[in-house]
Design a protein around this ligand. Sequence first.
Ligand SMILES: O=c1ccn([C@H]2C[C@H](O)[C@@H](COP(=O)(O)OP(=O)(O)OP(=O)(O)O)O2)c(=O)[nH]1
Ligand SMILES: [Mg+2]
Length: 143
Amino acid sequence: MKIRVINRSSHPLPAYETESSAGMDLRAFLEEGITLRPLERKIIPTGLFMELPDGYEAQIRPRSGLAFKSGITVLNSPGTIDADYRGEIKVLLINFSDTEFTVNNGDRIAQMVISRHETAGWEEAAELTDTTRGAGGYGHTGV
Ligand SMILES: O=c1ccn([C@H]2C[C@H](O)[C@@H](COP(=O)(O)OP(=O)(O)OP(=O)(O)O)O2)c(=O)[nH]1
Ligand SMILES: [Mg+2]
């Protein structure tokens, strides 16, 4: 599928890094580096604007390497980009490490997965059908 996009950054469009990657890496578009102190959160611009077809969303997810090596993750993971959103794609990062971390222009800070989604309606009911699980959850089947 093709997605209409405006790229106001100085970086190439996001791309799949390997043939079968699910996510395209997103790069920070910054005039100067942004430093996150421990537990600080900041919104990082990408310079990208896009027009997803109806029935699609984009999910903004952390990169595992950045999370493991530096404690940097996407606070609202997975971030949701709605098909009717026309603003700049931004990434909300938080620093879970005990040292400060600087995001520089062009850094690959997160990944974006394009997904289909349903638009559901409601059918109100007085009762729900029985199942074996019933209301069991939160580990009720054991470890
Ligand atoms: O990581 C994100 C999450 C959201 N957005 C943009 C696209 C999305 O369509 C819009 C709204 O996001 P969301 O619905 O998560 O935020 P909200 O707090 O519910 O705001 P709103 O009331 O505008 O929906 O913000 C981003 O650029 N990055
Ligand atoms: Mg919303």
